[in-house]
Design a protein around this ligand. Structure first.
Ligand SMILES: Nc1ncnc2c1ncn2[C@@H]1O[C@H](COP(=O)(O)OP(=O)(O)OP(=O)(O)O)[C@@H](O)[C@H]1O
Ligand SMILES: [Mg+2]
Length: 252
């Protein structure tokens, strides 16, 4: 494991039945970095993120989060410790996952109030600040169904921020949005990157990966086949698989 890394992954492997999805994955993330994770469909990018936040269990390997092992050589800490370790991370999904029956404000204060036992007035005050940050201060009484996809995703980001995460994981946060709405979500993410939030972003947005990411991990069927600066990945791709992928995305 590497000194100073906020996430270290070594030898991470995961199968679903007989299908080996992740095979010996290794990488490190340092505090304040934005990491773009790109690669073809079905190679295990989502599974990798889900293992980091304990939504999937690895079969083998180690995951160290901020100095604590979530899993060490395939052995997990007890559930309570795992939950504590993962509480430092927030995750944003492609399909928002807001509570449909709660207002925007109640979506934001739900976990702080019921999980962290935060005082309601204090949670509401923080919610106001965070809603301002994502540009939706005027929508706190709206129901999710009254919002556009881009607005819902910005609320999902705000909801994750309410838990004061050290690390944010994004799994294709803009893939279900049309281009205009994509941009409003990407600009919130860009702002978080500038504020040095540590972020891992699975994305097909090559512009974001190029301009915002500090590093790009390219995942193929053989695992992470490149871990490099955006410049190297996009301008000097060493591997024909990466070259082909980038050309295919450009062609869309
Ligand atoms: N819960 C599950 N049970 C069985 N198989 C699964 C499960 N989750 C994922 N898989 C399989 O694991 C493989 C990797 O899936 P994963 O969703 O991690 O890929 P991905 O790289 O995120 O793909 P995409 O770019 O399409 O989102 C796929 O073959 C998928 O069908
Ligand atoms: Mg996926």
């Amino acid at each position: 494991m590497v000194e100073g890394a906020v996430i270290s992954v070594r030898g991470l492997s995961k199968s679903f039945g007989k299908t080996k999805v992740l095979n010996n994955i290794n990488f490190d993330v340092y505090k304040g970095e934005t990491i773009a994770i790109i690669g073809p469909s079905g190679v295990g990018k989502s599974t990798m993120l889900r293992c980091l936040i304990n939504l999937e269990k690895a079969d083998a390997g180690s995951i160290l989060i901020d100095g604590e092992y979530l899993v060490r050589n395939g052995h997990y800490e007890n559930e309570r410790t795992c939950r504590k370790i993962c509480s430092q991370m927030g995750m944003v999904f492609q399909s928002f996952h807001l509570f449909p029956h709660l207002t925007v404000l109640d979506n934001l204060i739900y976990a702080p109030k019921y999980v962290n036992r935060e005082d309601e007035a204090s949670a509401k005050k923080r919610a106001d600040e965070i809603l301002r940050k994502v540009g939706l201060a005027d929508r706190k009484e709206s129901m999710p169904s009254q919002l556009s996809g881009g607005q819902q995703q910005r609320i999902a980001i705000a909801r994750a921020l309410m838990m004061n995460p050290e690390i944010l994981l994004f799994d294709e946060p803009t893939s279900s949005l049309d281009p205009l709405l994509k941009n409003e979500v990407l600009s919130v993410m860009r702002q978080l990157a500038e504020e040095k939030m540590t972020m891992l972003v699975v994305t097909h947005e090559m512009g974001f990966a190029k301009e915002v990411a500090d590093r790009v991990l390219f995942v193929s069927e053989d695992g992470i086949i490149a871990d490099d600066s955006p410049d190297k990945i996009f301008n000097l791709p060493s591997n024909p698989i990466i070259k082909e992928f980038i050309c295919s995305i450009k062609a869309v």
